[in-house]
Design a binder for this molecule. Structure first.
Ligand code: ATP
Ligand code: MG
Length: 397
């Protein structure tokens, strides 16, 4: 057992439940992370107490997921999720249990959980309850289903994504039978809401092993979003070179798929996965910039910045470096640091100045555009005096 121990506020919740005669255990991700020596990001408790009883014990408790038996107990600023032991009925839609029922014993609750490493419970006395060999699997760095993998994936197809996402995050291997079941049952992923698939894929992309996207695609888990599966599953390793941010990593994944002929367009692919509009637009612009070729001079960078805005140009530079090598990101940073003007906002004259010169309607916009192009080429001339003179001259011609 690692040196990580639950904070006092979490232990208080466990002991308060026990003091009233209920069973109470830490469970799931927090126990797994403690065993791995990683600080858990949240603390989940499972208990024999019914939600009503939990609400009665703790004054600062909210019924956040009563249908699933979950009550959030607030201990100062810390939220502790307390969930009643439960079993799940059948899963006719491969997503949600048809019925959830509360049970009195821990073993039933642990057996509904997805993987052995997530089905370990830790009571306040510190004696682990590990009926499915989760501790051994954590030691061997294996992701293994609790029970029969095919049955568990038929119940909930999202578990197939979770298996690969945990493998990517924890640097674990998916145990062979579990992996074989994923390859076999991948078509069931078509029943999942696109938003849930997006969230899982995003977590995988942000992990230390985004290259496992290749396994996800080879298994067929994203077939619904593709024209064809990539022939080469090892194309995605370069995503790890990008900063751990969603936008450049999604953009890189989509560009790789487009280049491999697996999707028709970057924005359509990201749209089908329900990414937000801003990310879709930015990735689409970045993909076009990548197809255009790298900017070679400060003037070319500034033209791109003027036409597309900072975010897509920055995203394209990072993705270009990761996919094809080079130092685009550094070159762009130097241009941005130079403070040279590439947007109307930093032009030394405004529309009002041009109205005062007698320009009207469209003339104003056209002139601002002309002046901006001028200072992009001649940055030293971004002064009021020069630009007003220039506007006067051009207007007189
Ligand atoms: P993370 O650190 O990503 O939060 P976690 O293990 O806490 O990892 P959660 O999604 O928060 O993952 O779920 C908490 C626990 O609930 C899991 O550890 C697992 O025991 C159980 N669980 C979650 N989703 C499923 C599922 N789809 N099928 C079965 N059990 C699940
Ligand atoms: Mg969690």
């Amino acid at each position: 057992m690692s040196a990580i121990t639950p904070p006092g506020s979490v232990r208080q919740v466990l002991t308060a439940l026990q003091a009233r005669g209920h069973l109470a255990y830490l469970v799931g991700g927090c126990v797994r992370d403690m065993l791995l020596g990683v600080a858990p990001h949240d603390w989940d408790i499972c208990t024999s107490a019914r939600p009503k009883e939990v609400l009665a014990i703790f004054p600062h408790a909210e019924p956040t997921g009563l249908r699933h038996g979950t009550v959030t107990v607030w201990q100062g600023k810390r939220a502790v999720e307390v969930t009643t032991f439960r079993s799940e009925g059948s899963y006719s839609d491969h997503r949600h249990p048809d019925a959830v029922s509360f049970v009195g014993d821990l073993h039933t609750d642990l057996s509904r959980r997805d993987f052995t490493m997530n089905a370990i419970a830790l009571p306040p006395d510190g004696l682990l309850v590990d009926p499915f060999g989760g501790v051994d699997d954590i030691r061997s760095r294996l992701i293994r289903c609790v029970g029969e993998p095919e049955r568990r994936f038929e119940e909930d197809a999202l578990r197939m994504f979770r298996a690969l996402r945990f493998a990517a995050r924890l640097d674990f291997t998916v145990e062979p039978q579990t992996l074989a079941a994923i390859f076999k049952l991948a078509p069931l992923a078509g029943t999942l809401a696109c938003e849930r698939v997006r969230d899982e894929v995003e977590k995988l992309l942000l992990s230390p092993h985004p290259e496992l996207l290749g396994t996800l695609l080879s298994a067929g888990l994203l077939d619904r979003y593709l024209l064809a599966r990539p022939e080469d599953g090892s194309l995605f390793g370069c995503i790890a070179l990008l900063p751990r941010k969603a936008l450049p990593r999604w953009c890189a994944a989509a560009v790789i798929l487009k280049e491999a002929g697996c999707i028709a367009s970057v924005p359509d692919f990201l749209g089908s996965l329900r990414l937000d509009n801003r990310s879709i637009r930015c990735s689409a612009d970045a993909a076009e910039l990548l197809a255009e070729g790298a900017a070679k001079t400060a003037v070319e960078w500034k033209r791109q910045l003027k036409d597309r805005g900072v975010e897509p140009v920055r995203c394209a530079a990072k993705v270009r470096d990761a996919l094809y090598g080079g130092r685009s990101d550094r070159a762009l940073a130097a241009v941005l640091k130079s403070g040279e003007c590439f947007s109307m906002k930093h032009l030394a004259v405004s529309g009002d100045d041009l109205l005062a010169l007698g320009l009207r309607g469209r003339e104003v916009g056209d002139m601002l555009n002309f002046l901006l192009d001028y200072v992009i080429t001649f940055p030293a001339y971004n002064t009021r005096e020069v630009l007003l003179n220039l506007a006067n001259q051009v207007n007189d011609d």
